[in-house]
Design a protein around this ligand. Structure first.
Ligand code: ADP
Ligand code: MG
Length: 674
């Protein structure tokens, strides 16, 4: 019954159905969980003397007089004067058929509404409670719902009241009874009743918190189910010959950081087990994830299996190919690069050497997941910087294969731990929390528009001493073309100006893959020293000679996004500079936000600020990471509940009984079907 479409309810036609669906309400269940955004407490009475126009208030008083007035346009209105012991107030009604008789002098009422001017201070069409005829069903605390055009508080209250009466007893229990009790409730239907019609606002918000906990709990339970199911799959024991790792490390031009060593040990231990690894490797930009991935590949190949490494773009895939093959081919392991743009004959060769086992590591873009790419001995799959790789995509990839390959996701997007729990709750998390030594420092400066010439002079100076620079333009989804024009125009201007002699290139998302490869190739080799671009350089590009970054309209970027961009510089031994240029629209608020980047280079702290300031969807691509759309719980205000829910979910095995609940709530997500 809970799945029933609201349009089958009495009194809801197609038009109302459309209005409700704008609020995300399709089913009876949705209506039950359309929780108020707050409550109007009619027990809080304002003395008439202290009324302020514009405020929503309640006054309690006695009717002094009521009378009809005719306005100039011929319409009649009813005006009643009420009095409390501080003064008098006028109530105005244009529709009064049902009310006129009840507003006789001497009647005691509570009138609620907004204080307006209407021929003097007045409430127009107040909501009324008649104190002398008070019935037990008169509600003193009213829910205030999120609304949409065509739906008033009155309409939605009535609807919810009706479905509560008829259906709330049907909702199955979700939270364990002791948890409900600790929140002060007996059962779930009581919680749902009270969230809509509490005795006081405190009870209402306690009910809302309980429902938020419930929502987190359902999601976390399903994640722990996915996790458990994965551990039941058969994996491959990857047991390389003694000394493989030590030999690899010896061959590197640097020694590993402590963090890299620790993470590698954890990975090696995972690979030895016959349970498939599911791990997230988080490490700030420049923390050295690639070498960790390469080491994991060598462990895999030395044990007779093949490894796959996937990057989101062709530019990054070929960069990985250069780096990883540089480290592995000397050890006799063949690497291949597979992208959408490769020649048919090369592809054929590659596929053949995959099949006959002579190719050890396949590096590429999503092209590696095509049907025709058969990797007979795939023991390890590593995915780098892939934002659109949520829990569903992971399951799609991993549940198909038997035995199931070991899996590692790498991300430079630092996200707060709690957020990571919802996005990566099915994975073990390792963090590279130590930067390789020998890096120059990066100085960040927030600049006004009128310091542009100073910045350009500085650029000239650095480029003159052989360093390289990025100039970044924002990219707004809404007006992509306009922004591209910004970058392209600036590219043309720079090319002709004094910076032109250093070589200027343009890299935008709209370019063809081979064009992108060409221009980044030139920047890597130093043929050009300035790369004008958009956020496409945000992730992964590793050019140690780049020391200056100029970000225009910096206020349009998220903090985490700027932090990611800034990570493109300061990767060599030289000191680096990041100039955040404020645009015209940058207000004081924007400037304060940017100053945060000035004060810290800890990606996790920046992400946490971003989360507070802009919400979970905005934290550097977490929207694409697959944060589910929670309808009640807030990833900002209810984060404490998330930890509690994850804890409860890990200890209970309720997920089986929650599958229906899950489908009712998270439409479009089908982890269960995989
Ligand atoms: P990210 O984690 O952002 O992917 P990379 O793997 O691209 O970082 O590494 C950034 C740079 O640091 C590379 O140029 C790499 O060669 C270098 N690097 C990695 N590990 C170390 C280390 N232990 N010591 C010195 N340099 C290192
Ligand atoms: Mg990287």
């Amino acid at each position: 019954m809970l799945k029933t479409d609201v349009r089958y309810l009495k009194g809801i036609g197609p038009a109302r159905g459309r209005q409700l669906s704008r609020l995300g309400i399709e089913t009876i269940f949705d209506l039950l969980l359309h929780v108020p955004r707050g409550y109007h407490d009619r027990r809080i009475i304002t003395p008439i003397r202290s009324l302020v126009p514009g405020e929503e208030i309640n006054v309690s008083g006695t009717v002094v007089s009521s009378g009809y007035l005719r306005s100039r346009n011929g319409k009649t209105r009813l005006e009643s004067i009420i009095r409390d012991n501080t003064g008098e107030l006028k109530l105005t009604f244009f529709h009064f058929r049902y009310i006129a008789d009840r507003l006789k002098p001497g009647t005691r009422i509570i009138a609620s509404g907004r204080i307006d001017y209407f021929g003097g201070i007045s409430i127009v069409h107040p909501e009324l409670i008649f104190l002398d005829e008070e019935r037990s069903d008169t509600r003193l605390v009213l829910p205030l719902y999120p609304l949409t055009a065509g739906i008033t508080q009155g309409i939605i209250r009535k609807l919810i009241e009706t479905v509560l009466d008829e259906y709330v007893s049907e909702v199955p229990e979700v939270l364990p009874p002791d948890v409900l009790n600790s929140m002060g409730f007996q059962n779930r239907s009581e919680v749902i009743r009270k969230v809509h019609f509490p005795d006081d606002p405190e009870e209402g918000s306690r009910a809302r918190r309980t429902l938020a906990l419930e929502e987190f709990f359902v999601y976390q339970s399903l994640l722990s189910y996915v996790r458990n199911r994965a551990t039941k799959r058969t994996g491959m024991k990857i047991i390389p010959p003694e000394g493989t790792l030590a030999e690899f490390v010896c061959g590197l031009p640097y020694s590993l950081t402590g963090a890299q060593q620790k993470v590698l040990e954890a990975i090696a231990a995972d690979l030895r087990r016959d349970v498939p690894m599911r791990r997230l490797l988080q490490g700030d930009v420049g923390s050295g994830k690639t070498v960790v991935a390469a080491a994991a590949c060598i462990l895999c190949c030395r044990s007779g299996y093949q490894a796959v490494m996937v990057a989101p773009t062709e530019v990054l895939a070929s960069q990985h190919y250069r780096t990883v093959s540089g480290m592995l081919e000397s050890a006799g392991i063949r690497c291949g690069l597979l992208t959408g743009g490769i020649k048919a004959s090369d592809r054929r060769n590659l596929l053949e050497s995959l099949l006959d086992g002579s190719l050890g590591v396949l590096i590429g873009t999503h092209a590696v997941f095509e049907e025709r790419v058969v990797i007979p001995e795939m023991g390890l799959c590593i995915i780098d910087e892939q934002h659109k790789f949520g829990v569903e995509q992971r399951e799609k990839l991993l549940s198909k294969r038997e035995p199931s390959p070991h899996f590692m996701l790498m991300s430079a997007t630092p996200i707060p731990r709690t957020l990571a729990m919802t996005i990566y709750g099915d994975l073990d998390i390792s963090v590279l929390d130590e930067m390789p030594p020998g890096r120059g420092s990066t100085t960040t400066r927030v600049m006004n528009r009128d310091s542009r010439t100073k910045v350009y002079e500085f650029l000239l100076d650095r480029l003159g001493s052989g360093e390289r620079a990025y100039i970044i333009y924002p990219l707004r989804e809404a007006s992509e073309e306009l922004d591209l024009k910004d970058a392209a125009t600036s590219f043309e201007i720079l090319k002709r100006g004094p910076l032109g002699k250093f070589g200027v290139g343009l890299l935008t998302g709209a370019m063809k893959p081979e064009e992108k490869l060409e221009v980044t190739g030139k920047f890597v080799s130093g043929e050009i020293s300035i790369l004008v671009s958009t956020t496409v350089v945000e992730v992964g590009l590793d050019v140690p000679e780049a020391t200056v970054m100029v970000v225009t309209h910096a206020e349009r970027f998220g903090l985490s996004q700027l932090h990611q961009l800034r990570g493109r510089i300061g990767r060599g031994g030289n000191n680096s500079w990041c100039f955040l240029m404020k645009g015209e629209e940058c207000g004081a608020e924007g400037a304060r936000r940017l100053a945060i980047l000035n004060s810290t280079d800890d990606g996790f702290r920046i992400a946490e600020r971003d989360l507070q300031l802009r919400g979970p969807g905005e934290v550097a691509g977490t929207r694409q990471h697959g944060v589910p759309a929670f309808r009640i719980a807030s990833l900002i205000d209810d984060l404490d509940l998330l930890e509690k829910a994850a804890d409860m979910a890990a200890r209970s095995d309720l997920w089986k009984s929650l599958t229906d609940e899950y489908k009712l709530r998270f439409r479009g997500l089908d982890i269960l079907e995989l």
